[in-house]
Design a protein. Structure first.
Ligand code: EPU
Length: 416
């Protein structure tokens, strides 16, 4: 099992390019099941979650050709509708196959993903949404079995604005018979991106990116070409690492508009930010950041996927701040590891009170999930001495070559 070893050695300085967004690429790959024609997708991130979902697509009968960050997926000869537990348990986003498989083939057997390190992560919204479109859904032997000769357009209101449930319903309704209206939809930028792809395939969708989406179902969809947008969480992770190490970096190939709330918080922490169309520069002037309160909520508010990284930043900042996690019930696993490095964090339910320390010390720590790994990387870069981060396979699920990218900005980092 890989470990990352970091010697905290001062500011991150230089330039870094971000990869395509994992959470945008996953639904796009799933959407290729909606057509028998090949899809050409660019800017695919080189992360493990993508290799895993591509293996799953191959298992279903898809032909996948990868060439660097480019990808051609041909679902013309898909011959299975079953996403088995062995694969789904390693990648929860496999739930995204449910909507497209059902819409195109009239049936789908997708293993229930079960809980994960950050919470129970129910899928009731995916199921009730598809039932509203006329699917018969049962749970048998740990599998969601969904059947519908042809889905029918309907109105459905999400109880909670779930990102992947909105994506699943959008894909399913695109091939349904008639008009679907979805209310209380998630607003994350991955949703209008998916809608843009579906429209290029021939779907008729209005309102994606707002809470109310209207989809006029069509009979068939065709292949198209799509470029995955930049990863807003990777962008935010590098900026926070630069802030915590009192650095000065430019993040290239990004989209500042995707993370305005995070940028506002970094400014509140005392960082100077400049931005262009596709770049952001963060400078600290060598100064220590101030602690900032953050409360996670659906987009466009502060993302849960940046909470752990800000916990590391606050642990090293001047003053105290609260970090409130409102999306997932168990997303504070990194706190115990940060405490091993000398962080002063009190947990009260879903609120963490962080008292910033002048310094943290390197220690052996263990990554518990993807963003918790990023938090430990940031803490280690800014800490005194050496930190060994175990179980970095979590990190590799969502960050492309993070160790090389950090090394290029001056980090002393190696993988064993
Ligand atoms: N929820 C339900 N029922 C459902 C679905 C969701 O109650 O059927 C609740 C969840 O328990 C949670 C809230 O709704 O409290 C929002 O969860 P959501 O469904 O939006 O999360 P997701 O779609 O499973 C995506 C990202 C996550 C990210 C969340 C929140 C993908 C593949 N995953 O998950 O990304 O944290 O949205 O923004 O898009 C990550 O990249 O590290 C990651 C975990």
């Amino acid at each position: 099992m890989d470990k990352i070893i970091i010697s905290g050695n001062g500011p991150l300085c230089g330039e870094v390019r971000v990869a395509g967004a994992k959470n945008a690429a996953l639904p796009i790959i799933a959407a290729s099941l909606l057509t028998p024609e090949p899809m050409k997708i660019g800017n695919i991130p080189g992360v493990r979650d993508i290799s895993t979902i591509l293996k799953l697509m191959e298992l279903l009968g898809a032909r996948v050709e990868r060439d660097g960050t480019g990808l051609v997926i041909d679902c013309g000869e898909v011959n299975s509708v079953q996403a088995p537990y062995e694969m789904v348990k390693t990648i929860r986003a496999s739930i995204l196959l449910l909507g497209p498989l059902l819409a195109r083939f009239g049936e789908a057997d997708v293993s229930l993903p079960g809980g994960c390190a950050i919470g129970t992560r129910p899928v009731n919204e995916h199921i009730s949404g598809l039932e509203a479109l006329g699917a018969e859904v049962s749970i048998e032997g740990g599998y969601i079995k969904a059947r519908a000769k042809r889905l029918r357009g309907a109105s459905y209101t999400f109880d909670v604005p779930s990102v992947t449930a909105t994506e699943n319903l959008l894909m399913a309704a695109a091939l349904a018979d008639g008009i679907t209206t979805l209310e209380n939809c998630a607003l994350e930028p991955e949703i209008p991106d998916l809608a843009q792809l579906l429209c290029a395939m021939g779907a008729k969708i209005r309102g994606a990116g707002t809470s109310s989406i209207r989809i006029e179902g069509v009979n068939t969809l065709q292949g198209t070409i799509h470029h995955v947008p930049p990863d807003r969480i990777e962008t935010g992770t590098f900026l926070t690492a630069a802030a915590a190490t009192r650095g000065d970096i430019i993040v290239q190939d990004t989209k500042p508009e995707f993370l305005q709330h995070v940028l506002g918080k970094l400014e509140q922490a005392g960082c100077l930010l400049q931005q262009g169309n596709d770049w952001i520069r963060l400078s600290t002037g060598g100064k220590r950041c101030r602690a900032v309160n953050v409360t996670t909520a659906p987009y466009p508010a502060f993302p849960t996927d940046m909470q752990a990284q800000f916990m590391a930043l606050n642990s090293l900042a001047e003053g105290s701040a609260t970090v409130v996690e409102n999306i997932f019930e168990n997303r504070f696993m990194h706190v115990a590891e940060l405490q091993r490095m000398g962080a002063d964090v009190e947990l009260q339910g879903h609120t963490a009170i962080v008292h910033g320390q002048a310094r943290l010390q390197g220690a052996p720590v263990m990554a518990t999930d993807l963003r918790a790994s990023a938090c430990l990387i940031i803490a280690a870069l800014a800490a005194e001495g050496e930190t060994t981060i175990d179980r970095v396979y979590h990190l590799d699920r969502g960050y492309t070559n993070i160790d090389t990218k950090l090394a290029d900005m001056g980090a002393v980092i190696r993988r064993e």
